[in-house]
Design a protein around this ligand. Structure first.
Ligand SMILES: CC(C)(COP(=O)(O)OP(=O)(O)OC[C@H]1O[C@@H](n2cnc3c(N)ncnc32)[C@H](O)[C@@H]1OP(=O)(O)O)[C@@H](O)C(=O)NCCC(=O)NCCS
Length: 179
């Protein structure tokens, strides 16, 4: 069943079964892309890409995992991002989350930085030439810097992203349902 939701309020309602973090990011006013996979009654999987750094999150309801829904949602969100001319998509993933790591590597995400001490990776999917250049630059810089400096940089960029989100309502450009 395909489903088009009109606004974020409606989306927030539909994502009530999701953990708060995912539901907040996915229904955020600053999300540029959200893809939802639905069964007859509810959203069972969703993937969103949040501005300003094109940060991707994906969540599949327990009980629906391992059936390819996470992959489907990520691929659709990435397709929309590509059509929307985004240069790249980023994400952070725990090194102890094997299904997410598998999903991201098979959809083409590359490791930008590894934080072994904190057990997570930043991964990037370049979508255009500019994104590829940015990826090459940042992965090189990240490989040269000590982990604690990198971690502080990440925290700094997270604060920047939060401030940008507070001052600019980017809007909700795309919403696509998939069966
Ligand atoms: C991560 C998540 C989105 C994956 O969704 P999903 O619908 O189960 O994923 P898919 O079925 O599309 O694919 C998962 C892949 O991981 C593989 N996988 C599953 N468990 C695995 C494991 N323990 N070790 C290695 N690979 C594993 C699957 O075989 C599949 O790969 P394949 O297509 O090559 O067979 C889902 O587990 C989830 O929502 N987790 C909680 C939220 C989360 O962690 N989000 C990511 C934050 S970065």
């Amino acid at each position: 069943m395909n489903m088009i939701l009109e606004d974020r309020q409606q989306l927030a309602e539909k994502l009530k079964g999701f953990p708060t973090y995912y539901s907040n990011v996915l229904s955020s006013a600053h999300t540029s892309v959200v893809v939802c996979v639905t069964n007859q009654k509810q959203i069972v999987a969703a993937c969103g890409i949040q501005k300003p750094f094109n940060y991707l999150v994906v969540y599949v309801q327990e009980g629906y995992r391992g059936q390819g829904l996470g992959t489907l949602a990520v691929k659709q969100a990435v397709n929309i991002a590509r059509k929307s001319n985004l240069n790249f998509v980023n994400l952070a993933v725990s090194t102890e989350n094997p299904s997410a790591l598998r999903l991201y590597s098979k959809t083409g995400f590359l490791v930008t930085a590894l934080f072994s001490r904190f057990k997570f990776k930043i991964m990037t999917l370049p979508l255009r030439f500019k994104g590829r250049i940015a990826y090459e630059f940042f992965s090189k810089v990240c490989s040269l810097l000590p982990e604690f400096i990198l971690m502080n940089l990440v925290l700094f960029f997270m604060k920047v992203a939060k401030s940008i989100r507070q001052v600019s309502a980017v809007g909700f450009q795309d919403f696509l349902g998939a069966s």
